[in-house]
Design a protein around this ligand. Sequence first.
Ligand code: SIN
Length: 326
Amino acid sequence: MVNAKTRSVRVVLGTGGTIAGRAADAADNVGYVAGEVGVGDLLQAVPPLQGLSLEWEQVAQIDSKDMGLAVWKRLAERVAHHLARDEVQGVVITHGTDTLEETAWFLQTVLGPQKPVVMTCAMRPASALVPDGPQNLLDAVIVAGCPGLSGVVAVAAGSIHSAAHVSKVHSYRVEAFDSGDAGPMGSVEEGEIRWFQPLPAPIRVSAVARLKAVLTAPALPGVALVVSHADADGRVVLGLLALNGMEKEPRTRGIVVACTGNGTLHADLAGALEQAHANGVKVVRATRCARGRVVPHAGDRFADSAGLSPVKARLSLSLSLLPDWH
Ligand code: SIN
């Protein structure tokens, strides 16, 4: 019988990204190929990890700009499998930085893990003069061993972020992630975790039903992401509606708008969205501001994203449209 004290195994799942990237020149932090180095080799390159009870599995080997349902299905299934093992304390996922926040939100929404699932990444390839991946990987394994932590978090550059709030905010620097107004949950320094906020209570979702809904879906329901901006004209939305009119199974079932400020829309785009709404397409407003959320107001024409960023709101709306989603 394995109890919480003997839950010593941490499983590291590799999906690719810059953390597994390789460049021909060690001084080149831009011209590299993501997803080249196997996760086993990444672990080997971190001496303090040797001797820990670690298992690893290569789930995918991609540049995360190409992330999609096929890899998400495999990942969700493997995460669920390992979390269900009594001896597993937590799971670490190595991932590209570009869509890390979407995968984090996907896994949190689908699985609502009751143990830690820690996503990590790097801004510099494994071949760099000073790679950031090894430290991030070590920190992530430490966080995955934290008793009392549940849910999906991201660990990078010494900070711990929640899946709900994390987003990539810099295109190049090692400190590329931020949690907006919420701030990071904590930090990892020299192997010590410091929590800035009380650990959140585990969030329970209908994980078995949600996982089944995802695994049996041939594709995720189509939800487009459009931006309201100066001189917007709504033609993208009208184009999507025209395509819907030509398809036997209309592909676009929802639209998330990255709105100006507190959820406002260019009048011409708003007109097109009214048409979409009248055609049964669900419309959700998020804000394109880097900080803050759409603060709802009585009489709002379209729902708001409940604080989710545009890309996470898009994912949530898409998942909610799956058949048998609870
Ligand atoms: C990727 O997202 O896979 C490439 C970029 C990165 O990891 O920084």
